[in-house]
Design a protein around this ligand. Structure first.
Ligand code: E4P
Length: 221
């Protein structure tokens, strides 16, 4: 399973990229609205930090024509842009249209909450499909279970769209969607940081350094 960073913050993206574990970035209008940089500059900055990895940026229009226009403008900003299109009839129309055009804009269908929505998105030509597992859990359903079903159905049907487990809220979500077969998990920076630590790791380092200090404190490596 690949990791994307779910963030529009340049510092977070730069730090996570330096760990060598991030293959792409996903943003959304809420994440964008937390940042201060002018929109185009911010998008260019993000795109330059991920070594050509896909950067999802979402349209704001709610009808297909507007989505297609915005998508083409976004795709012109950098070659690694993937346009995020909200699920629904208008969204599907836009994805289909964008896939047929000469420019072949890659789309990530977002706000997906059922296997049927994912099946439609795949047929319309989505490169990526984002089930929002945290928001599924919020309403008392099973977000990880949704990803599991989606992965199974896509395998049975031979569909090639990549499933991005999104709306990840904690580290346990990450290993559960990995076990469920998600192709990608897009994780907030705070969750990525939590994934890297363990109290026993910290305690182990402390003890090694203390033991070294007992007899070799005058030496360094
Ligand atoms: C992913 O593409 C979305 O930007 C994100 O994961 C949504 O997460 P939230 O439900 O925590 O807002």
């Amino acid at each position: 399973m690949e990791f994307f960073l779910d963030s529009a913050n340049l510092k977070e993206i730069e730090e996570a990229s330096s760990w060598g574990v991030i293959g792409g970035v996903t943003t959304n209008p809420s994440l964008m609205s937390k940042e201060k940089e002018p929109f185009n500059e911010l998008v260019k900055g993000i795109c330059s930090l991920v070594e050509g990895g896909p950067v999802s940026v979402e349209v704001l229009s709610t009808e297909a024509g507007g989505m297609v226009e915005e998508a083409r403008r976004l795709a012109a900003i950098a070659p690694n842009i993937v346009v995020k299109i909200p699920m629904g009839g208008e969204g599907l129309k836009a994805v289909y249209e964008l896939g047929r055009g000469e420019d072949k804009v890659r789309c990530n269908v977002t706000l997906v909450f059922s296997v049927n929505q994912a099946l439609l998105a795949a047929r319309a030509g989505a490169a990526y499909i984002s089930p929002f597992i945290g928001r599924v859990d919020d309403i008392g359903w099973d977000g990880v279970g949704l990803v599991e079903e989606m992965v199974d159905v896509f395998e049975v049907q031979g569909l090639e769209s990549r499933i991005i487990a999104a709306s990840i809220r904690h580290p346990r979500h990450v290993h559960e969607v990995a076990a469920a077969g998600a192709h990608i998990a897009t994780v907030p920076f705070s969750v990525l940081q939590q994934m890297a630590v363990h109290p026993l790791t910290d305690r182990g380092i402390e003890k090694f350094l203390a033991d070294w200090g007992k007899s070799r404190s005058s030496e360094s490596i």
